[in-house]
Design a protein around this ligand. Structure first.
Ligand SMILES: N[C@@H](CCC[C@H](N)C(=O)O)C(=O)O
Length: 280
């Protein structure tokens, strides 16, 4: 049973998504702050719970507009979630009426801006390009060509990513190859796994197996890592459009960090019933 002191009838939440990468957002400024590994896993179950790719918990911050914590549906935590960061930025902008927002995550404090036409941009910071920052288990000769079949590249965006350049990302049997790659021993904290193919110097196609054990329709940090790896391999410019299963993200690796721009959707609000939470 979850350790709860629910004063009310349950746990209010927002359901949001960025390109089909979907989130339950719990605002712990006004709702019980009860998310832990067990509640995250239970709420995240698509048949027995609400279902999400990530859960975001919002808290008061003394350095940014909000502090945010991210959980995967397997109950693990993630320091970064690009698409959820864009959703949280929209919440802040709606609350404040401002066109900019700051969000403190495990990745650091991120800046986001309203890019107009329903788009939100967030600066995911400079990529982590040292083996122990990503982290890898040990140094490698070349971060752009890891000693793994297929010579993937690696980059950290606050979370680890392994990026394979392939001839046809559509043809990759993600659910067959994803689990073993997520748990590859070179990545002691597991890893997100992206497969990209180059359409032209400004355009990539990407599919993703996310750490946490799932295929998602989009991964913002994965799109940033893919853009960084493709550029470092000499395949693309610093600014690219990435076609994901759920739609397009624009990634621009600028002097001040990797900016990601795309749409977000607030789908509905709900309340998780007290009885459900008490029986986890
Ligand atoms: N979907 C996210 C990434 C979520 C975290 C990831 N599964 C991890 O464990 O690192 C995004 O939009 O960045």
């Amino acid at each position: 049973m979850a350790d709860l002191t629910l004063q009310t009838g349950g746990l209010p939440f927002r359901k949001m998504h960025g390109l089909g990468n979907d989130f339950v957002v719990v605002d712990a400024r006004s709702a019980p702050d009860l998310v832990n590994e067990d509640t995250a896993r239970a709420i995240g179950h698509r048949s027995f719970g609400v279902g999400f790719d990530q859960l975001a918990v919002l808290r008061e911050s003394d350095v940014a507009d909000l502090d945010v914590e991210f959980w995967n549906s397997d109950g693990s935590k993630a320091d970064a979630c690009g698409n959820a960061s864009r959703c949280v930025a929209r919440i802040i902008m709606d609350e404040t009426g401002q066109k900019a927002a700051s969000i403190r995550t495990g990745r650091g404090t991120l800046q986001a801006v309203d890019a107009g036409e329903g788009l939100i941009s967030v600066n995911m910071g400079q990529p982590q390009l040292e083996w122990d920052q990503i982290p890898l288990a040990h140094p490698v000769d070349d971060l752009n060509a890891l000693p793994i079949e297929g010579a993937p590249g690696a980059a950290g965006i606050g979370n680890p990513h392994m990026v394979f350049v392939v001839n046809d990302a559509e043809a990759v049997p993600l659910s067959d190859v994803g689990p073993a790659l997520e748990h590859h021993p070179l990545f002691p904290e597991r890893t997100n796994v992206e497969f990209i193919h180059v359409i032209d110097r400004q355009t990539l196609r990407m599919r993703v197996w996310e750490r946490g054990g799932m295929i998602t329709l989009a991964c913002g940090s994965g799109a940033c890592a893919s853009a960084v790896v493709a550029h470092r391999k000499g395949l693309t410019d610093r600014k690219v459009t990435i076609h994901l299963d759920g739609g397009d993200l624009e990634i621009d690796w600028r002097d001040d960090g990797v900016w990601m721009t795309g749409p977000i959707t607030h789908v509905f609000d709900g309340v998780i019933r007290r009885e459900f939470l008490e029986n986890i």
